[in-house]
Design a protein around this ligand. Structure first.
Ligand code: SF4
Ligand code: F3S
Ligand code: FES
Length: 238
C-alpha cells in the first residue's frame, strides 16, 4: 500500500563502510516530504540536514544521467524518478547488487564499464568519408532506435541473477549498447562486437529472466534486444 501523499516518511538505508570494518547495517531515518518529493529528495534531506556521512551518487536529478540507480523497496530504480507517495513504508533503500560497495549506496562501476567498453560502444567506419554526412534511411535509423535510449544506469545488469552469479556475464547493458551499433547500417564493426558477445561470458548466458526489462527506467525492450543479438550471432555464424 502506498503511503500518505505527504507528511513524514520512514526510510531505512543499508549503510556500509568497508574501510571502517563491520557488516552492513540498516539505519532508519524519519524525513518530512511533500506530495511530489522523490526518494532522491529524501536522501538529500537526510544528507543535508540529518546525517552528512550518508553516501550516494546523483547528478542531473531528472532521469538523464543514470547515476542514482539503487534498490528501492526491492526494485531497481532511479531515486530521482520514484515518488515517495507511491511507495509503501518503511521505504528500504539499498545499493544495486552484484558490484562491490564503496560506501553505502555508492558501488564500484568499473566491472560494469569494463563490459561496456569491450563491445566497442561507438560507430566504426573507415570507409572514405563522403562529402556530407553518412546517410541513413528512416527505416534503417528506426532499426536500433530503442537501444539509443540507454543512459548506462546499470539497473538492468544489476537486476540480473546470471550477473549476480559469478560477475562474469557481460550483462544486459553491454548487450544493449552492442545492439545499438550492430544494427546501425553505417557501422562496420558488427562482427567484432558479436564475436565478443558470442563467447562464454556473452549473450548466450542470458536465461530470459526479464528482470532487466522490468528494471529499465528508459523502458528499453532489453530482453528483446538480447534475443536479437543472439539471433544475429547465429545468423552470421560468428
Ligand atoms: Fe539503464 Fe536501461 Fe541502459 Fe540498462 S538498458 S543501463 S537499465 S538505461
Ligand atoms: Fe538476465 Fe535479463 Fe537475460 S535479467 S537472464 S539479462 S533477460
Ligand atoms: Fe540523474 Fe537520477 S540523478 S538519473
Amino acid at each position: 500500500m502506498p503511503g500518505p501523499a505527504g507528511g513524514e516518511a520512514t526510510i531505512r538505508v543499508l549503510r556500509y563502510d568497508p574501510d571502517a570494518g563491520g557488516a552492513p547495517r540498516w539505519q532508519t531515518y524519519r524525513v518530512p516530504y511533500e506530495p511530489m518529493d522523490r526518494v532522491l529528495d529524501a536522501l538529500h534531506a537526510i544528507k543535508w540536514r540529518a546525517d552528512g556521512t550518508l553516501a550516494f551518487r546523483r547528478s542531473c536529478g531528472h532521469g538523464i544521467c543514470g547515476s542514482d540507480a539503487m534498490v528501492i523497496n526491492g526494485q531497481n530504480a532511479l531515486a530521482c524518478k520514484v515518488l515517495i507517495k507511491d511507495l509503501s513504508q518503511p521505504i528500504t533503500v539499498e545499493p544495486i547488487r552484484g558490484l562491490p560497495v564503496h560506501k553505502d549506496l555508492v558501488v564500484d562501476m568499473e566491472p560494469f564499464f569494463d563490459a561496456y567498453r569491450k563491445v566497442l560502444p561507438f560507430l566504426v567506419n573507415d570507409d572514405p568519408a563522403p562529402d556530407r554526412e553518412r546517410l541513413q534511411s528512416p527505416a534503417d535509423r528506426a532499426r536500433y532506435d530503442d537501444t539509443t535510449k540507454c543512459i548506462l544506469c546499470a539497473a538492468c545488469t544489476t537486476s540480473c541473477p546470471v550477473f549476480w552469479g559469478d560477475g562474469q556475464y557481460a550483462g544486459p547493458a553491454a548487450i544493449v549498447n552492442a545492439h545499438r551499433f550492430v544494427f546501425d547500417s553505417r557501422d562496420r564493426a558488427s562482427n567484432e562486437r558479436l564475436a565478443v558477445l558470442s563467447d562464454k561470458v556473452g549473450a548466450f548466458r542470458c536465461r530470459t529472466v526479464f528482470n532487466c526489462t522490468r528494471a529499465c527506467p528508459r523502458d528499453i525492450h532489453v530482453t528483446r534486444a538480447i534475443q536479437e543479438v543472439k539471433s544475429e550471432i547465429l545468423k552470421r555464424r560468428v
